[in-house]
Design a binder for this molecule. Structure first.
Ligand code: HEC
Length: 146
């Protein structure tokens, strides 16, 4: 009797294990540019829109536009990654214009979130540029994993 119970429970454990494995495939992240842009849109709306505005146009003399910004679509992505990670309070001209507001550090975002939001900014508001990758953000953050 004991043996039957043991075999039966072992069998049902194996069945449950197999069902659990087949029913819950581990969701792999979609690495396509389109998927990154869509994730970035959500992050932009939550983290950046209040200052840089829904159309990426910014607020004159306060918050710079991301639309048409030469840095945002620039080949050197380290600059914009650094601005999101460290914030920006310098009074230096951006496309010949000064902005009075300060941008806080967004280093609490993960490397993937920063890659996504910048990929979104580089491909929205009329901008067109290649993606920002996880590795590019990780390189600027400098080893500290997030
Ligand atoms: C509190 C308002 C505020 C928020 C929120 C904010 N920014 Fe900024 N951002 C600014 C200001 C102000 C500057 C310019 C600062 C300066 O000139 O010193 C700036 C600069 C930038 C620049 C540089 C633009 C250029 O032309 O070089 C980028 C890129 C940028 N922000 C992206 C983002 C992203 C992405 C987010 C969201 C993750 C974000 N910002 C959130 C206010 C903000």
């Amino acid at each position: 009797m004991k043996k039957i119970i043991l075999v039966a429970s072992l069998f049902s454990f194996i069945c449950l294990f197999v069902i659990a494995q087949t029913k819950k495939p581990i969701k792999k992240q979609d690495d396509s540019p389109a998927a990154s842009i869509e994730r970035g849109r959500v992050i932009y709306q939550r983290e950046c829109l209040s200052c840089h505005q829904a159309d990426g146009g910014g607020v004159p003399h306060m918050n710079p536009p991301l639309a048409g910004s030469s840095d945002v679509v620039g080949i050197d992505k380290k600059k914009i990654i650094g601005i999101v990670l460290n914030g920006m309070t310098d009074r230096i001209p951006l496309d010949d214009e000064y902005y009075s507001n300060n941008m806080a550090s967004h280093s609490y975002l993960t490397n993937q979130q920063i890659a996504d939001v910048l990929t979104f900014a580089r491909n929205s508001f009329g901008n067109k540029a290649d993606v920002v990758t996880l590795a590019e953000v990780a390189a600027v953050r400098g080893g500290k994993k997030k």
